[in-house]
Design a protein around this ligand. Structure first.
Ligand code: HGY
Ligand code: MN
Ligand code: MN
Length: 381
């Protein structure tokens, strides 16, 4: 499904939109280039991811690929060239569903793809190396994907908001001021499996109730600071049985905040609580950090371009932080970036098949992107 999606995106770029150069790179990103008047001119980089969470929605990621594709299709239809190149990337992996490592697509472009990740195994024991080779990707070429920021004007990304704010204030577009910093862990509590019928309650080393106590601490600590969130998204007694006191319990941790300091203070408190409750309960634990992304404030000059674009549509400028992580926070590490949010329906629900948007809002999003391109064209003249 992943490879078929990449082929569909490449076909759409090539045949429907008129990109000059379309390729699928060594990590599976779909890269479309629409040259400027001078093929050697600096490029505007944009894009988003085409992978999804399990049982996800249709627009998380994909919107940020199709909107710029529509802009190129219109430029091509008009036979127009901009005074800068336009590079649209469908990033192959951002969600971190199959392997612990995330941002595989945008991380390859920023030069942060750690080749040791290739040995990570998925739930079926298939290494990332095997999966990539099976998909026909040229793994040895991954280091060559690193982009030189000097060749780019910056990075912009449009994305669904994935939250209720724009829906509640009845605005179609929002200007992102910063992307929250996040840190993720996978962990396991190890107690002692024993007979559910014969093990007295005060003689148990129950891994699941220890994890449950941790979950309630995570919820309370996450609620203690505005704009801080902390989530246990995965909780599992592997090979559990109805009549066995759980000897093991696996869990995940996802902690985010508008500043790295608030994020790290929360992570430290949760690690401390885990240590204390395990000692008290006579169980052990393992905890591995799998992802850390710094808070990514928007570059002022790019944020202002989005603001001017939204104003030209006759819409009010509404600024907001992003609770969700995005490829833009990865590109942030090597070039200026800013994002534009599109309202979601159903209270902006996302990571859920109920994710939905309207044609009218999406039309405004395309027009805002087109205006940003016009601003750049005027500046680059
Ligand atoms: O988790 C996130 O914020 C994003 O959907 N990867
Ligand atoms: Mn997502
Ligand atoms: Mn996304």
């Amino acid at each position: 499904a992943h490879r078929a999606c990449a082929q569909r995106l490449a076909k759409g770029m090539r045949e429907d939109c008129g990109f000059d150069d379309v390729s699928i790179d060594a990590v599976g990103n779909v890269v479309g280039i629409y040259h400027g008047t001078d093929p050697k001119a600096k490029r505007l980089l944009t894009g988003s991811h085409f992978d999804t969470v399990r049982n996800g929605g249709k627009y998380d990621g994909r919107l940020g690929i199709f909107v710029p594709m529509a802009c190129v299709r219109e430029l091509h239809r008009q036979g127009r060239r901009l005074p800068f190149g336009f590079e649209v990337v469908g990033f192959a992996e951002e969600e971190g569903q199959r392997y612990k490592a995330v941002f595989l697509g945008s991380g390859a472009l920023t030069g942060h793809f750690d080749m040791t990740w290739l040995e990570q195994k998925d739930a079926d024991g298939i290494t990332m190396r095997e999966a990539m080779a099976h998909a026909g990707l040229c793994i040895d070429d991954i280091p060559k994907l690193q982009r030189d920021p000097a060749n780019y004007l910056g990075f912009v990304e449009v994305h669904i908001e994935q939250g209720p704010v724009l829906n509640e204030i009845d605005l179609p577009l929002g200007i992102v001021t910063s992307i929250n910093g996040s840190v993720r862990y996978v962990g396991e509590i190890i107690g002692m499996a024993s007979h559910a019928g014969t093990t007295p309650m005060d003689r148990r080393r129950d891994a699941a109730t220890a994890a449950a106590e941790l979950a309630l601490f995570v919820e309370q600590r996450g609620a203690s600071v505005p704009h801080l969130v902390a989530t246990i998204g995965m909780l599992e007694v592997p090979n559990g049985s109805i009549n066995v006191v759980p000897g093991r319990c696996k869990f995940s941790l996802d902690i985010r905040a508008t500043t790295n300091e608030v994020r790290d203070a929360c992570a430290a408190d949760i690690r401390q609580a885990l240590k204390a409750l395990c000692e008290r309960r006579g169980v052990h634990y393992k905890l591995e950090e799998t992802m850390r992304a710094a808070a990514a404030p928007s570059a002022p000059e790019w944020q202002q371009r989005w603001e001017r674009a939204v104003e030209t549509l006759g819409l009010p400028v509404f600024r907001m932080p992003s609770g969700a992580g995005h490829d833009a926070m990865k590109l942030h590490e090597i070039m200026p970036q800013a994002m534009l949010f599109l309202r979601g329906l159903n209270a902006g629900i996302s990571h859920n098949p109920l994710e939905s948007i309207t044609n009218d809002d999406t039309d405004l999003c395309v027009r805002a992107f087109q205006n940003l391109l016009e601003q750049l064209a005027t500046e680059q003249q």
